[in-house]
Design a binder for this molecule. Sequence first.
Ligand SMILES: [Zn+2]
Length: 307
Amino acid sequence: MDFSRIDWRILGCSAAVPAPNQYPSAQSLRVGGTLLLLDCGEGTQIRIREVGLRGASFDVVLITHLHGDHVFGLPGLLSSWTLQGRVKPLVVVGPRGLPDFLHGINAATEGSWSYPVQFVPAEHGCVLENDDVRILAHPLNHRIEAWGYLVEERVAPRSVDYEAAVAAGLEHADFRSLQLGLDATTRGGHRVPNASVTVPGRHGFRMAYLTDTRYEPALADFAQGVDYMYHESTFLARHQALAEKTGHSTAREAGLVAASAGAGCLVLGHFSQRYARLADFAAEASAVYSGRILVGQSGLNPLAAAE
Ligand SMILES: [Zn+2]
């Protein structure tokens, strides 16, 4: 599959308290010309520099929920962008309380942003669409309002067979509508059926970002057929009761959702710091999910790791 327009880095995926080499949730995801930040735990701006994204111009921030290990890095990051003189508008998608959280910090610190920030409240369905991506949200099952996201690379439904199109008398100006599946007409008035000069378009990258959540079978429908699923697995099955009490999933449950969704690759993360051996998470999920499993860690490039 051609995922050459995608660059995905896990900046952090530890649960709760930050520690050296254990950074809370944050991921960067470039889809064509659009750079996304998924969650923004404490220390994210340091990690952005460390993975070589210093000076990168993020377009969209997606926040799953307002627990500190997913959002406490955001006020500092937005403030640093102001210090750097950012002017490019930013879109921030997240729970309803997110604007109050950020505006409250600005009010208390007499801070402001040097660029426009547009808040988009997460809701069930499409929350953002541009030339590169389409982003959908689905409610998670956590202790507070929480949202899972499905990020889809937008690709043209058809690819033009250049030689066939030129041979049929079509010109470059006709290609865009051909890519969209429309028939074309030559300058001489001859109608050219779309299928005679195009082939199906390439497969677009699709990934689901599902954290934090209790085991929620409905998420498999939301993320059906994704190439990659990032699913939290805070606990191992021996701590099932704790997972239920705290609104989290076990590795086995993450595997069940990935299997039911037919995900191409499962990336586990948000591990509780009580566990010393992260390989146990992959072993547990692999008992119910036969696809590729990656153990999330700060700095992981899942696309490179899955090759
Ligand atoms: Zn949480």
